[in-house]
Design a protein around this ligand. Sequence first.
Ligand code: SF4
Length: 340
Amino acid sequence: MHGRNNLPWQNTRDAYRVWLSEIMLQQTQVATVLAYYTRFLQRFSTVTDLAAAGQDEVLALWSGLGYYSRARHLHRCAQDVIALHGGLFPRTAEQLQTLPGVGRSTAAAIASLCFGERVAILDGNVKRVLARVLGFSADLAQSANERALWSMATELLPTQNFLRTMPRYTQGLMDLGATICSARQPQCLLCPVQGLCRAFAEGEPGKYPVKSRKIKRSAQALSLLWAHKGDGSVWLEKRPTPGVWGGLYCLPVFESDDALKAFLPQHVQARLEPLPRFLHVLTHKDLYLSPWMARFRPNQAVPKGVIAGAGEGAWFSPSQWPALGLPAPIRRLLVQAACA
Ligand code: SF4
């Protein structure tokens, strides 16, 4: 039998578990998701538990998975399921798509895997598999071509016995894209659909899918103020949403070293210590981060970062950090310093 059958979100028709895995797997590899998925379910075993939690706790558990808007939507979605749907996920892709953070493909995955609806998924992996199998050479950067592929994906769906066939078909397609039909090195000799595959027959799987638009990367330099007090506590403030690290707690962020210094009183400026600059790579952006450390007196507040809309700040002791939603590089920085 082909495919994976041992992942914790497989072999279940529980929409909460399938939805949670689908959201986590958007833009994140299976190996990374496994530990987060388990931790989330240990803490929030039902959608009711998740809806009742505070956003800070949800973001803290998500910390390190990236794309934090997913976590904020996840939380709002759970609250909508409770408030608008009586605590049960809707059973059709059309209704599922009305929930925060649930797009067309995610809705189709939940509806087909959990409720046997005859509806096609088309996430990045599945686009690749179908484009190769069908020899679909139109540019998927154009939405008309993507719609055409979606129609073809719908035509290929099973035609009967949906409760049994749809979960198996959908799971099989997802597994094929995640394992054998990989982007760079498809293992065509092991592939169960090799005999149907146009790209294989042409000897050029790498030609598909065609997508002309490339992600444009940018770079940004930011300065971080690491304000601390004698008891080890650090000043952290909530990042604005939307934006990088939106909703997470972070060291105050400034657009330059000069901007950071200009915000500090003279006597604090005199005690500023530069720490080694480091690079943090996001999907669309390279961040060059320059931390500056300064010791503050008890009861002394810290000026807000100059990035527009920065939220409220407070002093947090090391024992409070684990429960906060912190960007992964900031958490690493603080933990390394605490252990030094
Ligand atoms: Fe992908 Fe190769 Fe299988 Fe075609 S034969 S679906 S290119 S792994």
